[in-house]
Design a protein around this ligand. Structure first.
Ligand SMILES: NC(=O)c1ccc[n+]([C@@H]2O[C@H](COP(=O)([O-])OP(=O)(O)OC[C@H]3O[C@@H](n4cnc5c(N)ncnc54)[C@H](OP(=O)(O)O)[C@@H]3O)[C@@H](O)[C@H]2O)c1
Length: 313
């Protein structure tokens, strides 16, 4: 873990669960960052108690209010962090805040779907936008070659439940709104299988039924059409889900020296993961920090798990 030499890191949703443990292990490192920004939506609330106690013991840990569904709150958090960092940039942004509902295709409704998208997709996108100038500054002032989390990176905490390829293995837990918000219906990459599926979905006589199965098909074809003329449509990004967002960020920000990756933390014993989960939060975060320390240029745009294994989109 000594390989992760970051001066500054920000974690969203860090008052409990995975976010809180990330912050704990970061400040407990033998070479801790100069600044750890632990953001949460309600710093004064009862759920912030454990984080407040941690902050009182560590001078390098700063609690910042950030509600991932509130653009004003995100902008204010970015200003607070910028003021604290003075002339330096932010090395690592970890988009961890997320919500989960145990709904099936039978029970999910529009409000639930939109709520999950707002927190799990729009939130990370807005946070990424707001902190981009500070990430760029970190990349520009770094002497390091290539990409790394020690230089400048956005890490989106995703879920294996968002992997389209692994749906048959994971569908024992339908959790439709969560799964779709973390998922990428079709990647912008080179998956010819998905491309063929998209084409067949769009050209199939029962197109409407197929676009339910492949909701990103039309956007993908549009994107490909525009891209082939050199016009990368930024407009598709806000409609796409977290894994798609990560791939898009990786492509867009590579030129700025910013690494972007999606990480599945494993099934973890938190309020969200429940006590039935496989991993303790300590085990998951130890793994994640080891993975972060090893990420390089070749991992940008990848989807990895807590043990460093590449997952299919
Ligand atoms: N646990 C697992 O097994 C598992 C597996 C795969 C992926 N993940 C992902 O890992 C991340 C963390 O999960 P967890 O298990 O730690 O969940 P958790 O115990 O339920 O904690 C969720 C965190 O997100 C925060 N949050 C929710 N909505 C927010 C908003 N609008 N603005 C700011 N913060 C918000 C919560 O804050 P409040 O206290 O204010 O609600 C809390 O700090 C999530 O993205 C989740 O999808 C978890």
């Amino acid at each position: 873990m000594a390989g992760l030499n970051i001066r500054s890191v920000l974690v969203t949703g860090s008052n409990r669960g995975i976010g809180l443990e990330l912050v704990k292990q970061l400040v407990g490192k033998s070479n801790p960052p100069r600044w750890v920004f632990a953001t949460c939506r309600n710093p004064e609330g009862t759920r912030g108690q454990e984080l407040r106690e941690l902050v009182s013991k560590h001078a390098n840990l700063v609690m910042v209010k950030l509600d991932a569904v509130n653009p004003v709150s995100i902008q204010e958090a970015a200003k607070t962090v910028e003021a604290q960092l003075e002339d330096s940039g932010l090395n690592l942004l970890i988009n961890n805040a997320g919500i989960f509902s145990n709904v099936t295709l039978e029970t999910v409704d529009a409000e639930e779907m939109l709520g999950a998208y707002k927190t799990n997709v729009v939130g990370p996108m807005l946070v990424g936008q707001a902190f981009l100038p500070l990430l760029k500054k970190a990349a520009q002032t770094s002497a390091q070659k290539g990409l790394s989390c020690s230089k400048a990176a956005i890490v989106n905490i995703s879920s294996v439940l968002g992997s389209v390829a692994l749906v048959p293995e994971t569908f024992f837990k339908p959790v439709i709104s969560y799964r779709c918000s973390k998922a990428v219906p079709l990647t912008l990459g080179t998956s010819s299988l998905h491309h063929r599926a998209a084409i067949s979905a769009c050209s199939h006589p029962r197109g409407a039924a197929h676009s339910v199965l492949f909701p990103g098909a039309r956007q993908l074809l549009l994107w490909r059409k525009e891209h082939s003329h050199g016009l990368l449509s930024q407009a598709v990004r806000p409609q796409a889900a977290l894994n798609m967002l990560t791939r898009s960020q990786a492509l867009s920000y590579m030129k700025d020296g910013i690494l972007c990756a999606a990480l599945h933390p494993g099934w973890v014993q938190t309020d969200m993961g429940t006590r039935e989960a496989d991993l303790t939060v300590e085990e998951s975060i130890r793994g994640i920090l080891t993975v972060l320390s090893a990420l390089s240029e070749k991992h940008s745009g990848s989807f990895l798990n807590w043990a460093g294994k590449t997952l299919p989109w």
